[in-house]
Design a protein around this ligand. Structure first.
Ligand SMILES: NC(=O)c1ccc[n+]([C@@H]2O[C@H](COP(=O)([O-])OP(=O)(O)OC[C@H]3O[C@@H](n4cnc5c(N)ncnc54)[C@H](OP(=O)(O)O)[C@@H]3O)[C@@H](O)[C@H]2O)c1
Length: 327
């Protein structure tokens, strides 16, 4: 097939949204000529959050099979142990499990200390853990949970591990975002929702949109040392989707991607050579995709210019307060 026809097919799928996000997108595109299989991960140290279920569990299996030295993070001791047991024996390296509830910044800080003390460097840090929470919950540190799990914990962990990532010749951070972010505009003032304003899908979409601001801004600042990538997994058949969106999962089930298909770009991006592909982009099915689909989610030029600093100021204040108040 000529590359021009492949491009037309890819763009037609992209424009249709449903064709792109469902298993139709991954099945068709995996036969187009831009599709590259992941390379060996032998010699790469990979840290993966959310590895005990769904996309993360599938990613963990693929990463180990490709030879990665894998460190998984989970919040349930039973799930972490059973995942490590299932993964060990697949590759040459022992898989290490770490226990941390990423809704708690104290747990994230403890995790960071352990990783610092035990690892010579980190080649790939993957922030995959996430959840769409139907009801408002605040953590014992006093922050709305969606904001902590998707943003504050990943930011804290990444910033404190930058020296470990910089020590790698291929250092990279991969953040699992969602097509949900296409519906929301970044506004730091409306990021952390209150009990009265809370709607789970909106809180989730705002946090995922804010991830795009973080990743593109961080890549612009630190990309020469550590690349930052965003991945959208498509609509994937996981326990997380069943729990959060049971109606959507039932109706779309035949068209949902398998967890392995949802994990495919994340694993591929973990395996690419240094600075390839360029950071700061959103990936779905091996192609960079737009950060906006709706005019109303775009920021004005001055808003765009201050968005990363606004987000980091918010994150640093919330993190410092939580860690100080509880220590
Ligand atoms: N599935 C989709 O269609 C889809 C679409 C777009 C984006 N995503 C994103 O893909 C990622 C994986 O989702 P999934 O669909 O695979 O869902 P999942 O099956 O529910 O897996 C989510 C993982 O995140 C972990 N996690 C959640 N909260 C945590 C916390 N506070 N501390 C530590 N770990 C926590 C879960 O741990 P437990 O096993 O202990 O629950 C689990 O391992 C998420 O970031 C999600 O937003 C998924």
């Amino acid at each position: 097939m000529s590359s021009r026809i492949a491009r037309v097919i890819d763009r037609a799928l992209e424009a249709s949204i449903v064709g792109s996000f469902t298993n139709i997108g991954s099945s068709v595109r995996s036969h187009l000529d831009h599709w590259e299989n992941p390379a060996s991960l032998e010699g790469r140290i990979v840290v993966l959050t959310g590895a005990t279920s769904g996309i993360g569990r599938a990613a963990a299996t693929m990463l180990v099979n490709l030879g990665a030295e894998l460190h998984i993070v989970g919040r349930s001791a039973d799930k972490v142990h059973s995942t490590v047991d299932a993964l060990n024996g697949l590759g040459h390296h022992e898989v290490t499990g770490h226990l941390a509830d990423l809704a708690l910044l104290h747990d994230t800080a403890r995790l960071e200390q352990t990783l610092h003390e035990t690892l010579p460097r980190i080649d790939v840090l993957i922030h995959n853990a996430g959840a769409l929470l139907t009801d408002f919950t605040a953590t014992t540190e006093g922050i709305e949970t969606t904001v902590v799990v998707h943003l504050l914990s990943p930011i804290l962990l990444t910033e404190r591990l930058m020296d470990c990532l910089s020590a790698s010749s291929v250092g990279r951070v991969i953040v699992m975002t969602s097509g949900g972010m296409y519906t929301e505009r970044f506004d730091v003032e409306r990021l952390e929702m209150t009990p009265s304003s809370y709607r789970g899908t909106v809180a989730y979409a705002r946090a995922k949109r804010a991830q795009t601001v973080w990743v593109t801004g961080a890549n612009a600042r630190f990309g020469d040392r550590v690349a930052f990538h965003l991945v959208h997994p498509g609509w994937t058949n996981t326990p997380g989707v069943d729990a959060a969106l049971p109606g959507f999962a039932t109706v779309t089930r035949p068209f949902l991607r398998s967890p392995a298909a949802g994990a495919a770009d994340l694993v591929w991006l973990a395996s690419t050579p240094p600075q390839v592909p360029a950071g700061g982009q959103l990936w779905l099915d091996r192609q960079p995709r737009p950060l906006h689909r709706l005019q109303r989610t775009r920021l004005s030029t001055p808003e765009e210019a201050s968005s990363y600093d606004d987000l980091m100021a918010f994150a640093h204040t919330r993190i410092a307060t939580a860690l100080r108040d509880q220590s």
